[in-house]
Design a protein around this ligand. Structure first.
Ligand code: ADP
Ligand code: MG
Length: 700
């Protein structure tokens, strides 16, 4: 029960049936038909164990109207006793028209006295697990229902008109009275279901609003946007070789406004692959450094971290900023030196993988944390990030424990830290996977979102072509043409080792094939190989060769999925494209089309394709718009997968359905702020009832 989250009486009371079984009526055996689920009662005429392909118990049951066979493949002596010849039993199961007449396989059964009364209510069937029998769960829930505090906590005006009181709704759903049309319970349109769904959505909206309110009470360093022409921010902007797009300028302004407040920013920057999020992060970092604070930028992989590192070094180092680099593979002396730079405050910017938070890193004055491709980090990791970045409580001396990141107010910050205040850094997360609207309104309602909805000018759209693997030769010829024009090519493979179950071309094999064919056609052509199991230093060396342009072709597994930026690459081939998810294909494709040359993405598939495989590849060929892709992805996969870590940690919406219940969602959204303001105690009680242990996940 605990594993199912059934701890308190209220948890049990809110554990609602999946469906119901109608045990209120008996059917004459002669009347039941093939395919029907029926309840019958009669006397056992004959019971015997047969040895066919498998040992089985076969029982003949008769009532006044006819006979039926019951068949059990698993059975115990206790079952045989109840089903012995001459016993009177009540049986419920699905009827099958077998070769030897009608039968029920594994029906439920119990011994009853002839004429024993039938239940008067429908029998609920609860979500459960193999270890937890329905009968047991039913008893536990029935008894919890008597004790659970289900009194109304919401003021009447907060409940949409026409919905029953909570207690009444819960009772009805557990024990629906006879005669109630089952359809409205099963499609969950009955007012009782509506009430439960509304309460659940309201709890979620309130919890998110509370998370926002709690964050508003925290203190963060003020990073004023009013900096002169000699500021790092102004000099960085002047040094850029391009002008910001209007969308970039807008999101920069949104971020600046957050940084200028004494409250920690909690903002998601979303923008399609290639929309230019890195420069936005660099400009935010410049604001932090101008105000006398350090900035940490974290990426989920070493390769991505290194790409950021090079870009940021290239931008910021000439302007006098020390950029430190911290990853798991950087050890020994180099690492010690970096740690010293970070601890002394000399490093204005620290770039790295999650090593930045996990290790014995002590920042002198961390003011801003930027997390790239945040969906790749799990909820637990993000929570850890928040906890670790929090300053030690006021009054307590900063304890330099291993693993703790300590924050001290910056000397140059303009009075941001009153003595004794706890300061948290600002947090900016970045993602190329946009959040569809319904999810943004529910699971991410607590998050401020900035969107870059425009690509830098001069990009030629990527053309996507879908080919069967039989066209491989032609594709390789196309690679040669591309190389002859001085351009570069990615070839992406799904696995790195031969797998017996999945007959996939592996990256090593493809690498050998391309090296042979292209090496013969173009002497001196370099074909590189990159996969997840290579040591980090080797990966970095291969990436450096490819980035410099000396390597023409990079055969890679999905390690290049996020963030790699080589504008001269104009062709991407994705092998076994049918094995990839839509979001992943889109991320991969975003590695090309970063320069001004027309780029092509070739999706090679090995047929036959499943329906979802087909719709994925079709979507890829039809659109390059990340928002449209996200919408279709949500359609194909449903919200569960889309939410990834955020949801798996806490399945916050058990009853409401994001597609079907938008009306209730709108009502909950409208009511939540008023309830918080006018009835704060009711709001707290409501959240506690629904979410007690789950609210923590909302803070991630
Ligand atoms: P992503 O949003 O996918 O992280 P990047 O930040 O890697 O995108 O940017 C992609 C490329 O576009 C980089 O080479 C970057 O320097 C360049 N870029 C960014 N903004 C602009 C702009 N306003 N004009 C021209 N190029 C830009
Ligand atoms: Mg990026």
């Amino acid at each position: 029960m605990e594993r199912l989250g059934l701890v308190r009486d209220i948890d049990l009371a809110l554990h609602l049936p999946l469906r119901y079984e109608d045990e209120t009526q008996l059917q004459p055996i002669a009347h039941i038909r093939d395919g029907q689920t029926a309840q019958v009662e009669g006397v056992v005429r004959e019971a015997q164990v047969e040895l066919r392909s498998r040992r089985q118990l076969v029982v003949r049951l008769a009532d006044d109207s006819g006979e039926i066979t019951l068949r059990f493949l698993n059975f115990y002596p206790s079952h045989q006793k109840v089903l012995a010849s001459g016993q009177h039993v009540r049986v419920r199961g699905e009827v099958r028209g077998g070769f030897l007449g009608r039968e029920m396989v594994h029906p439920t059964f119990k011994a009853v006295e002839p004429g024993a009364p039938l239940p008067s209510a429908l029998t609920p069937v609860y979500p459960s697990s193999a270890q937890l029998p329905q009968v047991y769960l039913r008893k536990a829930i029935t008894s919890a229902l008597g004790r659970a505090p289900l009194d109304e906590v919401l003021p009447p005006a907060a409940v949409p008109p026409g919905l029953p009181p909570l207690k009444e709704a819960v009772r009805l759903l557990h024990q629906p009275p006879p005669g109630l049309p089952l359809a409205t319970l099963e499609d969950r349109s009955h007012p009782a279901w509506q009430r439960l769904k509304f309460d659940e959505l309201l709890a979620q909206q309130l919890a998110q609003a509370q998370a926002v309110a709690a964050r508003e009470r925290l203190r963060a360093p003020v990073m004023s946007a009013a900096a002169g022409p000699s500021s790092l921010h102004a000099r960085l902007q002047a040094a850029l070789t391009f002008a910001l797009t209007a969308a970039q300028a807008r999101v920069c302004a949104e971020i600046d406004a957050d940084l200028a407040r004494p409250v920690p920013m909690h903002r998601l920057l979303q923008g399609d692959v290639g929309s230019g999020k890195t420069v936005v992060a660099a400009l935010a970092a410049a604001r932090a450094i101008d105000a006398g604070w350090q900035c940490a930028l974290m990426a989920p992989t070493e390769i991505l971290a290194e790409q950021h590192f090079h870009k940021l070094v290239q931008w910021l180092q000439p302007l006098g900023v020390t950029v430190a680099w911290l990853t798991g593979s950087r050890k020994g002396k180099a690492r010690k030196a970096m740690l010293a730079q970070i601890a002394s405050g000399e490093a204005g910017l620290v770039v790295g993988t999650h090593a930045v938070i996990q290790d014995d890193v002590v920042f002198a004055r961390l003011g801003l944390a930027v997390v790239d491709e945040q969906h790749r980090f799990g909820v637990a990791q993000r929570l850890e990030l928040r906890h670790k970045l929090v300053e030690t409580p006021a009054g307590a001396p900063p304890a330099p424990q291993p693993g703790a990141v300590e924050v001290r107010p910056g000397t140059a910050s303009s009075g941001a830290a009153s003595p004794g205040a706890r300061l948290e850094p600002h947090l900016l997360t970045m993602s190329a996977t946009p959040i569809p609207r319904t999810l943004a309104m529910t699971y991410f309602a607590d998050l401020a979102v900035s969107t870059i909805d425009e690509l830098p000018p001069g990009r030629t759209p990527i053309v996507t072509k879908v080919f069967a693997d039989s066209k491989r030769e032609q594709v390789i010829a196309r690679i040669r043409d591309e190389l002859l024009q001085g351009r570069q090519v990615y070839w992406v493979c799904p696995l790195i080792e031969e797998s017996e179950s999945l007959d996939l071309q592996n990256a090593t094999e493809t690498h050998a094939q391309l090296s042979a064919v292209l090496g013969a056609a173009l002497p001196g052509c370099q074909v590189g190989l990159l996969h997840g199991r290579m040591p980090a230093a080797e990966k970095a060396a291969v990436m450096a060769e490819f980035s410099s342009g000396r390597m023409g072709v990079l055969v890679a597994t999905t390690v290049i999925e996020v963030g790699v930026d080589v504008p001269n690459a104009s062709l991407m081939v994705i092998e076994h494209a049918e094995r990839f998810g839509l979001a992943q294909l889109h991320q991969l494709r975003g590695r090309v089309g970063r320069g001004s040359t027309a780029s092509v993405c070739v999706l090679l598939y090995t047929g036959p394709l499943s329906d979802t495989g087909k719709s994925r590849l079709r979507a890829m060929a039809e659109t390059t718009d990340g928002f449209e892709i996200a919408r279709r992805d949500l359609e194909i996969r449903g919200p569960g997968e889309f939410m990834g870590a955020r949801q798996s940690g806490a399945d916050l919406l058990r009853f409401a359905d994001l597609n079907g219940d938008t009306g209730l969602l709108e009502q909950a959204r409208r009511i939540a702020p008023r309830l918080m303001a006018e009835h704060p105690a009711a709001a707290r009680a409501h959240v506690a009832r629904w979410l007690s242990t789950k609210a923590e996940y909302l803070k991630a």
